[in-house]
Design a protein around this ligand. Sequence first.
Ligand code: PGA
Length: 265
Amino acid sequence: MTGGSPLIVGNWKMNGTQSTLSELDAIEAEGAHRRVKVVICPPATLIATAAAVAKEIEIGAQDCHAGNGVAFTGKLSPAMLFDAGARWVIVGHSECRACAGETDDTVREKAERALEAGLAVIVCVGEPKEARDRGRENAVVLSQLTASIPTLAGAALTIAYEPIWAIGTGMTPTSTQIEHMHALIRRALIDLYGAAGQSLPILYGGSANGSNAAQLLSIAGVGGLLVGGASLSAESFLPIVQAAAARREQQLCSVTSRRIKNEIN
Ligand code: PGA
């Protein structure tokens, strides 16, 4: 994990009604979210109410349109999402790429317009099963990444590595595979953005849950988690937030002990 506070993002996908928002109260009542950064991305229908209910958890959208004020029935622009209370948006999720026929160019345009509208942006990348089986995962992820991220680095940019075969399946890559991919993404970000690429968070997503969160967060280069199914209730989401808070505490302790050692020497 990189130096900053872990970022835990819950993606509710096409789930949740007004009554589900009580889960936000339950998460905030427990308190572990204060030691890390927690974002919940409910469906668009709940963004405004979720933003009014949540006191500390930030609210995000699951997608946006790249246009602004154009005639596009059923779509939501980044400015509209910001106005509704969203401060984050996920773009390029594999479900959107697959169902909406979204290209890397569209994802990049969405990311650029969303940053301009003041939203923090999470760009998702990840390989399908066939690509990993054929040993093509590096090439696929790198080409997706370089074509999907904004041309100019923005501090409000986060990358999520989500192997498609791990989403909702209960399968996860090995720690070595995740570490390797995160290192590859980091190198590409530095190549593209220079020093600015050094600190952008890189999340892991795909079947993260309360049982594997601590292990996933301990992998070098993993700056947090993008969580689908396990984010739908406080009961399943809280252990993930708690694992992140424990990880943060470990990081702070090791920084303090290094500082003390340096002062003594
Ligand atoms: P999952 O979904 O945690 O249910 O696998 C992750 C995602 O799609 O972002």
